[in-house]
Design a protein around this ligand. Structure first.
Ligand code: NAP
Length: 256
């Protein structure tokens, strides 16, 4: 049995992380690189991607930055192909990019619904479709879908987002059903509010944030590094028997 540091190590692994330009995705890039992974960082904002590259290189690892619009059909496919062309193979896919546009059910427009589904649900499917064949061939792969507490329990003004995240949880199980036999593990993480640009935008105003925080037994919102640490565990050999799971990272919100 390898020492525990080896079971949690990503030395020699290559990870593709979407939504790498800020917030949780940027932190995931830094943590995975710190654990030994090279990283393909995907987003639209070149300045944010430059930050991701700096974080990965500061850990002594290689980073390729890939500008892609994940709302399109071709964007995720091209990003996955570019990462494969650069690294030869991808061991870890982290589907982290998402959009959230709080609106009541009655206000939500069809275009907003479609865009939310495209980025939050279709892009993870398309990325996995391009990357999985090589994982199957190599009999090794980790797919980690950053979902949401809202994919498990509803809150007002998040109908498209909640439906997309619930769909992502179902997609995670579908991946496990088909790919577990190829030694690929697929899991979803469901965080509560995390203090990122998205979290601040939606929950920053005290009239919205305070009642939400009061419902979290831990009494606080989460931090990006707390999500990144769970991503690291799910990306590492230490978690090889965990498959098809949706893991809450919610300070106890759904325990009530
Ligand atoms: P964020 O700060 O808004 O960052 C979102 C990331 O997604 C950015 O890097 C953005 O990059 C990328 N993105 C959005 N639309 C894109 C598009 N069309 N094409 C390519 N990339 C796109 O969000 P976050 O808070 O870090 O959230 C990360 C993940 O955690 C998401 O899946 C979110 O649903 C989940 N989550 C967050 C919270 C929270 O409270 N923050 C709670 C539960 C779950 P560009 O703009 O550069 O393209």
């Amino acid at each position: 049995m390898a020492r525990y540091v080896e079971r949690f190590s990503l030395a020699g692994r290559r990870a593709l992380v979407t939504g790498a330009s800020r917030g949780i995705g940027l932190e995931i890039c830094a943590v995975l690189a710190d654990a030994g992974a090279d990283v393909a960082a995907v987003a639209r904002d070149p300045d944010g991607l430059a930050e991701a590259r700096a974080a990965v290189e500061a850990a002594g690892r290689e980073c390729v930055t890939i500008e892609a619009d994940l709302a399109t059909v071709e964007g995720p496919r091209a990003a996955a192909r570019q990462a494969l062309a650069h690294f030869g193979a991808i061991d870890v896919l982290v589907n982290n990019a998402a959009v959230s546009q709080p609106q009541s059910l009655l206000e939500t427009q069809a275009d907003d619904w479609d865009r939310t589904m495209a980025v939050n649900l279709r892009a993870p499917f398309l990325l996995a479709q391009v990357l999985a064949p090589k994982m199957i061939e190599r009999k090794r792969g980790k797919i980690i879908n950053v979902s949401s507490q809202t994919g498990i329990v509803a809150i007002p003004d998040h109908c498209a987002y909640a439906a997309s995240k619930n769909g992502l949880n179902a997609l995670t199980k579908a991946m496990t059903c088909e790919w577990a036999k190829h030694d690929i593990q697929c899991n979803a993480i469901c965080p509560t509010v995390i203090l990122t640009p998205m979290g601040e935008r939606v929950w920053g105003p005290p009239e919205k944030g305070d009642p939400m925080r009061a419902k979290i037994p831990a009494g606080r919102f989460g931090r990006p590094v707390e999500v990144a640490d769970l991503v690291l565990y799910l990306a590492s050999p230490a978690s090889d028997m965990i498959n098809g799971d949706t893991i809450m990272l919610d300070g106890g919100y759904t325990a009530l």
